[in-house]
Design a protein around this ligand. Structure first.
Ligand code: ADP
Ligand code: MG
Length: 158
């Protein structure tokens, strides 16, 4: 499914709708260039998960954990040198406790569970427009995809 957003807040709203529906063990990979809106998406996702702490772009940390309805593990692998380093972070255990969201997720698709959601964020026609594409991998999403897409499209642009 593709959705268009017309502002950072609308991207956050779409992501919040997703955050409300996530369950323990879900993994979301965010794909898009610098400035695409990956961190903005994480901020919305976090609020949907009931995280009250502000979510920022980690400058030196690769993994940041937030307390919400479920723990949110926010990973930005931009500064990760080797995929092996990702395994060293022990993400699989973190993921078992809550929800994992990864910026630059295409770099680590081999290192995360086969069942995950890929959200690709691309520039739109205008400066503040983005196109969000959702790609579901694995049976984990099969029963939930329709409900998720319904909730997301209520908050996205046409
Ligand atoms: P990334 O994490 O992908 O590098 P950020 O989320 O940090 O990107 O930054 C996205 C930038 O794009 C912010 O400055 C934000 O205000 C801007 N922006 C403009 N329009 C949108 C939109 N529709 N959705 C998300 N961000 C947008
Ligand atoms: Mg970012």
């Amino acid at each position: 499914m593709k959705l268009r957003t017309e502002s950072p807040d609308q991207t956050r709203a779409v992501a919040a709708a997703l955050g409300e529906l996530l369950v323990r063990g879900d993994v979301v990979l965010l794909v898009g260039d610098l400035g695409a809106g990956k961190t903005a998406f994480v901020q919305g996702l976090a609020s949907g998960l009931g995280v009250e702490e502000p979510v920022t772009s980690p400058t030196f940390t690769i993994v940041q954990e937030y307390e919400g309805r479920l723990p949110l593990v926010h990973v930005d692998v931009y500064r990760l040198d080797r995929v092996q380093d990702l395994y060293d972070l022990g993400l699989e255990e973190a993921g078992d406790r809550g929800v994992t969201v990864v910026e630059w997720g295409d770099l680590v698709e081999q290192a995360v569970p086969a069942a995950h959601l890929v959200v690709r964020i691309e520039p739109g026609a205008a400066d503040t427009e983005r196109v969000l594409e959702f790609d579901y991998h694995g049976s984990r999403w099969r029963g939930r995809q329709a409900a998720v897409e319904h909730a997301l499209s209520e908050r996205g642009g046409r």
